[in-house]
Design a protein. Structure first.
Length: 633
């Protein structure tokens, strides 16, 4: 970060003065940009981000004071430090006028080169430090945005899952358990937290988490609070974060399934001795099975039977589409050897373990399944009874829960970092205020330092808010009044770009233009859209804002006369980190879309290159009980 290239703007109407300044400030990591007038300086500021500006006071056209006012009026440039250089009056009134228009330092010509160089170096350090904080804040905000989008869905999946979902640390201590687990094992949540996983799964008394984690799906036994033992299937996987590792364990009660399997296996054994007499009973059982069942001859490898569930799993409409094929035809290449190995085990007369593999459906879709092969004789022919169960959704849910746990920990870590930053900020601000009291009001650096400390504190406050959002309530919002306020706020930037903002409200909506929501969030969306529209018209133009009604929805349109967005870019707008701006992150539109969705609204962007862009937002119209439904848009 210290060696990062920074931009410095030097403004003087005399070229020999510019050459002198360039000689004094000649550093490898300084990119010096010169301007000979206030007008030229403003054009550079519209395109480039500067660490500090050296500005001559006396210039033809726009002088230094007026140039500083215009720089401060623009939101993006209002925080750039300005050092005035002057060879004119050194009176107190003249100097105070410079500070009043936005300067943070005043140097009289001729100036000592070392002093100027040291001051510029100080402001560059402040600039690089602020950039570093902003970069770190951006990374944490991105993580928190991802966390907030997925956490609610993850919680819903976890709480409504029929499977027991438990997280444990690397020592086997229980960190969390979902409602299904509480019901299944008979404990309260408090009785299980911080207890050993062996309390529920005795298999871990003999095997470590690391040993079990290497296996895909395990049949075992669970123990309830009343000491009843019941059969289960469970899978455990490890995930790692910066602070360590933890495991996610998914448990399913297979009491009913085990009973059916035992019945089925017993029936298979009976068929080996009395084939024909139990044929009808066997067929009824497998046809009604909730699992996909296929019968394949050992010698020929051809299928002689598949039940209705099997047809659905493979995407077939009739049995004629698959009967006569070999099972390996539907196996994905990467799992071919695994399936072949287990089928060879079954051909020797032994049951294979339950294993997972990928199956290719007739329509080309690849799905994840659990497979078990059981040897038996069908119609007197040595065959394999192949049982399959689709687990694609189960695997996706487990992976989503695993990722959500990681994001939760990242959010807590972000909150901890923000908290630790605030502690030293308190001391810094206190001592800075104390220095100001001791030295009086003549020290020009004290207000600057306090302003920068408060700016850092604001960023940290936003970070804490993202890490743990506050619960807020929706209120009635007068849309026309809100947009008029935004027009006032954005008027300086609009004037700087030569843009006129025209607000048009359907006459039938006067005094009835209300929505229900969070005013600050809706305001954030509108400001972002207006700001983008102004920046899209660097040569000036008209930004038209129209408010109308369509059924029970308010329609707000922002119509600019900018350069427009190419179609190939338009489709990607709203994706994280995709932006058409040189310094953008692509998160602004994504955040706006999220806010509008949370208000039960819709956001649509249409654009044509060379003509302009139209952003349309629809939000539910808030109606008082005494109002009647009128208007059509």
């Amino acid at each position: 970060m210290e060696n990062q290239m920074v931009n410095i703007l030097i403004v003087d109407d005399r070229k020999e003065n510019l050459l002198a300044l360039e000689a004094v400030l000649d550093e490898p990591n300084y990119r010096l940009i010169s301007a000979t007038s206030g007008e030229e300086a403003l054009k550079h500021i519209l395109k480039t981000d500067f660490a500090v500006i050296l500005l001559d006071v006396q210039m033809p056209g726009i002088d230094g004071f007026e140039t500083a006012k215009l720089i401060r009026a623009r939101e993006k440039s209002q925080g750039i430090p300005i050092i005035f250089l002057t060879a004119l009056s050194q009176t107190k009134e003249h100097v105070m006028n410079g500070y009043a228009v936005g300067a943070i330092d005043y140097i009289f010509k001729p100036f000592p080169p070392l002093v100027l160089k040291s001051k510029v170096e100080g402001f560059v350090r402040l600039y690089l430090g602020q950039k570093k904080i902003e970069d770190q804040n951006t990374v944490i905000l991105e993580k928190n945005a991802e966390l907030q989008k997925s956490e609610a869905l993850a919680r819903a999946i976890t709480d409504t899952s029929i499977d027991t979902l438990i997280t444990v640390d690397k020592y086997g201590k229980i960190l969390s358990v979902n409602p299904s687990g509480v019901r299944k094992f008979g404990y309260t949540k408090q009785e299980l937290l911080d207890e050993s996983i062996t309390k529920l799964l005795p298999v871990f008394e003999e095997q470590t988490l690391q040993e079990v984690e290497k296996k895909s799906l395990i049949e075992s036994k669970g123990i309830r609070k009343n000491q009843n033992v019941f059969p289960i299937e469970f899978q455990i996987s490890m995930t790692s974060i910066d602070q360590g590792s933890f495991y996610v364990c998914s448990i399913r009660d297979i009491t009913e399934k085990k009973y059916k399997f035992d019945q089925l296996e017993e029936l298979i054994k009976e068929r080996s001795h009395a084939l024909y007499e139990s044929e009808e009973k066997y067929r009824d059982l497998v046809e009604g099975s909730p699992e996909a069942i296929i019968i394949q001859q050992v010698d020929s490898g051809e299928w002689t039977f598949i039940n209705e569930k099997g047809l659905q799993l493979l995407g077939a409409s009739t049995k004629d589409e698959v009967l006569g094929d070999s099972f390996t035809k539907f196996i994905h290449n990467k799992d071919y050897r695994l399936v072949k190995k287990n089928m060879e085990i079954a051909k020797t007369g032994n049951k294979s373990e339950i294993f997972e593999a990928c199956v290719k459906r007739i329509d080309g879709e690849v799905i994840n399944v659990q497979i078990k092969c059981i040897p038996f004789a069908y119609l007197g022919i040595p065959s394999l009874h192949i049982v399959m169960r689709a687990i694609t959704e189960l695997k996706q849910s487990r992976e989503f829960i695993k990722q959500s746990e990681k994001l939760t920990v990242v959010g807590e870590l972000a909150a901890g970092i923000a908290h630790e930053i605030r502690n030293p900020l308190t001391s810094l601000r206190g001592f800075t205020q104390l220095f100001g009291l001791n030295e009086g009001s003549n020290n020009e650096y004290i207000p600057i330092m306090l302003e920068e400390i408060d700016r850092i504190n604001t960023i940290v406050s936003e970070l804490l808010l993202l890490a743990k959002p506050n619960e807020v309530e929706f209120t009635q919002i007068e849309l026309e009044k809100l947009l008029e306020t935004i027009m006032i706020l954005m008027s300086s930037q609009a004037n700087l770009h030569g843009v006129e903002i025209d607000l048009r409200v359907d006459a039938r909506l006067k005094n009835r233009c209300y929505i229900f929501g969070l005013e600050n969030k809706v305001k954030q969306v509108f400001i972002n859209i207006v700001k983008n529209a102004i920046e899209a018209m660097p040569d000036g133009g008209i930004l038209t804002i129209k408010i109308g009604q369509k059924n029970d929805q308010l329609s707000i349109q922002f119509i600019d006369q900018g350069c427009g967005i190419p179609q190939e870019y338009l489709e990607k707008i709203g994706n994280p980190f995709f932006t058409t701006k040189d310094t953008g992150t692509g998160l602004g539109i994504m955040v706006c879309q999220n806010i509008i969705e949370n208000h039960q609204g819709l956001m649509e962007i249409n654009s044509e290159v060379g003509i302009g862009t139209i952003v349309t937002i629809q939000l539910p119209l808030f109606k008082k009980e005494e109002e009647e439904e009128v208007y059509t848009y």
